[in-house]
Design a protein around this ligand. Structure first.
Ligand SMILES: NC(=O)C1=CN([C@@H]2O[C@H](COP(=O)(O)OP(=O)(O)OC[C@H]3O[C@@H](n4cnc5c(N)ncnc54)[C@H](OP(=O)(O)O)[C@@H]3O)[C@@H](O)[C@H]2O)C=CC1
Ligand SMILES: O=C1O[C@H](COP(=O)(O)O)[C@@H](O)[C@H](O)[C@H]1O
Length: 602
């Protein structure tokens, strides 16, 4: 597939402005947007309303310029013509009604509108039902999809359009369920959803899909997004067939690739090489849905926009960092997939390591996608090889509680009875650079544990010569500050501080300065898949994984995974619903660390 995303470039910018009103909700901002159509030259169209909306939000409601090639520029963007900025600043660009902006369509500057066709490959599967269709509907409901869009489900299962629609509406478990006009919007959305049954390795079947897509595109510029929601052994066949028989001939073609991207350095490199036979790197969107989570996206904001955090963000003040993932259910239904990968590949090598990279990276030159990804790669490449003795693995076993028996991992019929695949792992990682030398980054991830949670815990050093030691008690570790970023559920950022208990005495306790999202923000938090799908449609790559990031992540984990597997290391068994193997505590203790999530409700 040729990279066609720049084919419609035109240097002439069109401009928007809207009233700076930080308190208005996104929907109200949407209403107050205005579109200038008064520039001379070729007719100007809104390239992407959604992109504009989001960028203007990011830029804190300042004026932004929307280029005709779909790029959104701010005053700081060098490619924006000085004259256009002047016009914008001087208010020379007149403004028509906000309706011009509503339902705006993409244009090539010659008046040719464009379409976006989203094909979910593997539409009959678990992820498509659970996440992709609900996210697409949520985007539609919120007005973030372009005017002309079509959603196609593609899989081998035989299904009619009506059956797909029925499946989508029945499995809609998204946050929109209870919202105003949901069913009306759903009906409208479903009218844009279609299904094509085909084999993943059949060029002919993809050519039939292409024909159908063309009918919907009705001669408009065609932009096509393929979401590969199929098991990884099918990725290459599907990409080969989609690229040869169903890629766009006059717009962009992008492919979202789900994890796992290989199972070690070698297979990942082979996958990338094969993908690149058919796609340019800028057409490949490797998804890590944790990067689309609200609090993960907020990490950089927290660090780089608050003076109080960045100066503390180093070995000088931070004792250890903990990245914790737990689920209170097992691999039920996904055992076949999981057994080939295990928890280290499923969660640590991608989700937790990505969070670590964002947490630990140096300040990027700018917020540009490549600047951020360059810094992430630098951190990943600075990591010390993981030592076998710094890894603990576990596997859950059956447990009966309250008269209910919960299955063990190997009770799953799709898992070999003698499987050693870890469903739990804890590891100590280190970054060999000046900022983080000697600071343990402890990771812990497990399935079938007592709770569902993902969080980052930052434990700070002791206060030197603390005047209040005697008021705190003997456990000084308990009295150090701890910053907790709770990614899910019930998103929050809180800082544990020592505080005087009110009264005439002098007793201290630990209290939380608490930013609890549900209490602070009335707006619902979008699902990670919404953010990432929208980004892929807009060609925004910041939250997707670059191939060198992937290589660095695999280089870190491959040797220790190989060692564990070659030695046939026995996992430590833990009961379903427990807190996991005790070995995780010994590992932490080796580095004088206590897991922050032990014995707490928050
Ligand atoms: N489910 C989840 O929560 C998550 C999934 N992922 C990744 O997303 C992708 C999709 O996951 P998920 O939906 O769970 O996968 P599924 O196992 O549900 O597979 C998706 C579809 O692919 C087809 N398929 C399944 N197995 C085969 C096979 N052996 N040969 C050919 N086609 C097959 C089936 O469609 P049909 O038979 O109709 O062709 C199936 O409906 C995977 O790469 C997975 O690793 C990533 C994160 C979370
Ligand atoms: O990628 C994966 O993530 C899910 C957990 O995602 P979350 O958004 O629900 O936290 C995990 O269950 C799955 O095993 C893994 O492949």
């Amino acid at each position: 597939m040729a990279a066609l995303s720049s084919a419609r470039c035109c240097s002439q910018p069109c401009a928007y402005s809207h009233s700076p009103s930080p308190s208005t909700s996104t929907r109200r901002q949407h209403q107050s947007l205005a579109f200038s159509s008064s520039l001379s030259g070729p007719q100007l169209f809104v390239s992407s309303k959604a992109k504009f909306l989001r960028q203007s939000q990011r830029d804190n409601h300042q004026n932004v310029v929307l280029m005709q090639d779909g790029a959104v520029a701010t005053k700081a963007t060098p490619s924006v013509k000085e004259s256009s900025l002047k016009k914008l600043e001087n208010g020379l660009l007149s403004v028509t009604s906000s309706e011009d902006c509503k339902d705006a369509a993409v244009s090539d500057g010659n008046g040719n509108e464009s379409t976006v066709s989203i094909t979910v490959v593997g539409a009959s599967g678990d992820l498509a039902k659970k996440k992709i269709f609900p996210a697409l509907f949520a985007l539609y409901y919120e007005g973030f999809l372009p005017k002309h869009f079509t959603v196609y489900g593609y899989a081998r299962s035989k299904m009619t359009d009506a059956e797909l629609r029925d499946m989508v509406s029945r499995t809609l478990t998204c946050r929109i369920d209870q919202r105003e006009n949901c069913s009306e919007k759903m009906d409208q959305f479903l009218k844009r959803c279609f299904y094509h049954s085909g084999q993943y390795d059949s060029q002919e079947n993809f050519a039939q899909l292409d024909k159908k897509l063309k009918e919907h595109e009705a001669e408009r510029i065609s932009n096509r997004l393929f979401y590969l929601s199929v098991p990884p052994n099918i990725f290459i066949d599907a990409v080969r067939c989609a690229s040869s028989s169903a890629s766009s001939s006059n717009g962009w073609t992008r492919v979202i690739v789900e994890k796992p991207f290989g199972r070690d350095s070698e297979s990942s490199a082979a996958l990338t090489k094969s993908l690149k036979q058919y796609l340019e790197e800028d057409q490949i969107f490797r998804i890590d849905h944790y990067l689309g989570k609200e609090l993960v996206e907020n990490l950089s904001v927290l660090r780089f926009s608050n003076l109080i955090f960045e100066p503390l963000w180093s070995r000088q003040y931070i004792r250890n960092v903990q990245l914790i993932f737990s689920e209170d259910f097992g691999t039920e239904g996904r055992g076949g997939y999981f057994d080939h990968y295990g928890i280290i590949r499923d969660i640590m090598q991608n989700h937790l390591l990505q969070i670590l990279a964002l947490f630990a990276m140096e300040t990027p030159v700018s917020l540009d996608v490549e600047d951020i990804r360059n810094e992430k790669v630098k951190v990943l490449r600075s990591m010390r090889p993981i030592q076998l003795e710094d890894v603990v693995i576990g596997q859950y076993k059956s447990h009966t509680k309250g008269g209910i028996t919960y299955p063990g991992y190997t009770d799953d019929k799709t898992v070999p009875p003698n499987s050693l695949t870890p469903t739990f792992a804890a590891a100590a990682l280190f970054i060999n650079n000046a900022r983080w030398d000697g600071v343990p980054f402890l990771m812990k991830a497990g399935k079938a544990l007592h709770t569902k949670r993902a969080e980052i815990r930052v434990q700070f050093r002791h206060v030197p010569g603390n005047l209040y030691n005697r008021n705190i008690g003997t456990d000084l570790d308990q009295a150090t500050n701890e910053l907790v970023i709770r990614v899910q559920p019930d998103e929050a950022i809180y800082l544990k501080i020592n505080n005087k208990v009110p009264g005439l005495g002098m007793r201290l306790d630990r209290s939380n300065l608490n930013l609890h999202y549900a209490a602070r923000y009335s707006k619902e938090i979008p699902d990670a898949y919404e953010r990432l799908l929208l980004d892929a449609i807009e060609g925004e790559r910041r939250l997707f994984i670059r191939s060198d990031e992937l290589d660095a992540a695999w280089s870190l984990f491959t040797p220790v995974l190989k060692e564990l597997e070659e030695r046939k290391t026995l996992p430590e068994y833990y009961p379903y619903g427990s807190r996991g193997p005790v070995g995780a505590h010994y590992l932490a203790a080796r580095y004088n660390v206590r897991w922050g999530d032990v014995g707490i409700e928050h």
